[in-house]
Design a protein around this ligand. Structure first.
Ligand code: PLP
Length: 385
């Protein structure tokens, strides 16, 4: 059985080129980049080269890039660090559809006395800009809004949001973990103050990320204890993974245009095919402003998890909009915020493609899905066949 991996928003296969770039730094070039001697110096040069590669992907200055351990750390550093640096009671503004790596620190800050605004989205998953405007009028704010949603792929108009936040005197962080490497992200063209990235979403390994912090942005470090990263993130640098992230960013930058088009073509073929062959299917989220690799689709009256099990039996990996928490099915907070009907929330499946997804992968998925949906409908407890 051939394995087909369509869960690239969860994590991606490390690129062979990335692994090859990392290897010397696991084996021979193991010096500490902070050391004054030759062992350190030769490694530091490569870390700085990786910083340039990461910066180039988002058109930033290398000095504006801080290496972190993951997207979650980048998000926490940005949000908690900006509130702490403000030295005054801040409003925290976010949306109802953020990743938990953003929602949890925002809610934590609310417990610590910040006023929290969680902005609603419409049925397409697009941000309520009127509500955002109202929240910004409520006082000085640290705003965290995602560039692209991990479940639906919906893209928020971050450049426009940045104008609004800047006009209101706020600080804007964007979680671009799902956006970088899939769509153009250009820090010269938007007034974003901070931006999070994660290596394992762009074919680098898990355990490395980056945070862009625009020059002049005040952010308190999250980790204290060393002078690494210009005292902005303490802890000895994870050199091999940083090298891997640099390589992955360079590959993403060089391949972006071509890959974007290929991803969209395959994703659209999958979407069209599923809508044509599976009755009572509906796409969740804005189909225009959307990542080229993501399809979130609901098959009404059946459980997404059951679809995933049956897909898994034939070697296809996808994921569901709902997470199974301690035996009870917890419906997706993103789809619920969009007002997706109950019967569709539970039947949602996310297919997310990568540069390694082939036409055969899409063809095989289209072959298996109608039978799976039909069989599950025949067993459906909701009574609809
Ligand atoms: N933000 C978004 C939108 C994500 O999709 C993820 C991971 O799924 C994260 C943050 C967290 O990134 P990491 O797994 O690197 O901590």
């Amino acid at each position: 059985m051939r394995n087909i991996y369509l869960d690239n928003n969860a994590t991606t296969q490390p690129a062979p080129e990335v692994l090859a770039a990392m290897e010397p730094f696991l084996r021979d070039l193991w010096g500490n980049p902070s050391s004054m001697h030759r062992f350190g110096g030769q490694v530091k040069r490569h870390v700085e080269r990786a910083r340039e590669q990461v910066a180039a992907l988002v058109h930033a200055d290398p000095a504006e890039i801080i290496f972190t351990s993951c997207g979650t750390e980048s998000d926490n550093t940005a949000i908690r660090g900006a509130v702490e640096a403000a030295m005054q009671r801040m409003n925290v503004v976010t949306s109802r559809v953020e990743h938990p790596a953003v929602l949890a620190p925002c809610r934590y800050l609310a417990e610590k006395g910040c006023r929290l605004h969680e902005i609603a989205v419409d049925a397409e998953g697009q941000l309520d800009m009127v509500q955002l405007g109202e929240a910004l009028r409520d006082g000085p704010a640290v705003v965290s809004l995602m560039w692209a949603n991990n479940e639906t792929g919906v893209i928020f108009p971050i450049p426009e949001i940045a104008e609004m936040v800047k006009a209101a005197g706020g600080v804007l962080h964007t979680d671009a973990v799902q956006a970088v490497g899939k769509v153009p992200v250009d820090m010269r063209k938007t007034a974003v103050d901070m931006l999070s990235m994660s290596g394992h979403k762009i074919h680098a390994p898990k355990g490395v990320g980056a945070l862009f912090v625009r020059k002049g942005t005040r952010v308190h470090p999250f980790l204290l204890g060393g002078h690494q990263e210009e005292s902005r993130r303490a802890g000895t640098e994870n050199v091999p993974y940083i090298i891997g992230l640099g390589c992955a960013c360079e590959m993403a930058r060089l391949g972006l245009e071509k890959e974007q088009a290929a991803l969209a073509m395959r994703r659209d073929r999958l979407e069209k095919g599923l809508l044509a062959t599976c009755p009572d299917a509906r796409v969740n989220g804005d189909r225009v402003h959307r990542l080229p690799n993501t399809l979130n689709i609901s098959f009404e009256y059946i459980e997404g998890e059951s679809i995933l099990y049956m897909l898994s039996d034939v070697g296809i990996a996808a994921s569901s909009g709902s997470a199974c928490t301690s035996g009870s099915l917890e419906p997706s907070h993103v789809l619920r915020a969009m007002g997706v009907p109950f019967t569709a929330v539970h039947g949602s499946v996310r297919f997310s493609l990568s540069r390694y997804t082939t036409d055969q992968d899409i063809g095989a998925t289209l072959e298996h899905m109608p039978g799976i949906v039909r069989r599950l409908r025949e067993m459906s407890p909701f009574g609809r066949k």
